[in-house]
Design a protein around this ligand. Sequence first.
Ligand SMILES: [Zn+2]
Length: 163
Amino acid sequence: MPSSKILATTFDLHGVYPCPVCRFGKISHMPLMETMYCNFCQEIFTINVEQQQIKMPSRQPPLTWRWNGFNWTEAQLEGVELGWGYLLAAVAFVFFPTILIGIGAYYYPPDAHIPLSWIPYIWTVLTFLLHLAIILWIYIEIYQIPVATYLRAMVRWRSGANN
Ligand SMILES: [Zn+2]
């Protein structure tokens, strides 16, 4: 098999590659199995050499990464395409209620002399922060395994119980 080892490398069973999950460990082939294993976060990947892909089957739908010769591409959820529609929906979800409440607070301000007259403004800010938090939570939920696995591996590493 011809290979240009100086620059781009092809992904094969015998190489050692950076782990796409923790970005700290190295993944290498497990003997007798069609899988690779990270020496840091201990995640297991199935291999597809023809498509230069690895898949993390420990979650559903599985996350896949493609080797581009130098590095792993962005994680992709199998069968899920997070396009512009989702982004627009997320932006609308954050800003639409915030703007509605903000308009209400602006055009119908409570009498400044009554107690708690600042509540509509605080409410507007809270609406924004809460809706933003929901979007962030959904995003982390979709890609949660890399985050969770990374944190778990760091804890294990720091406590020295790596073996
Ligand atoms: Zn790893």
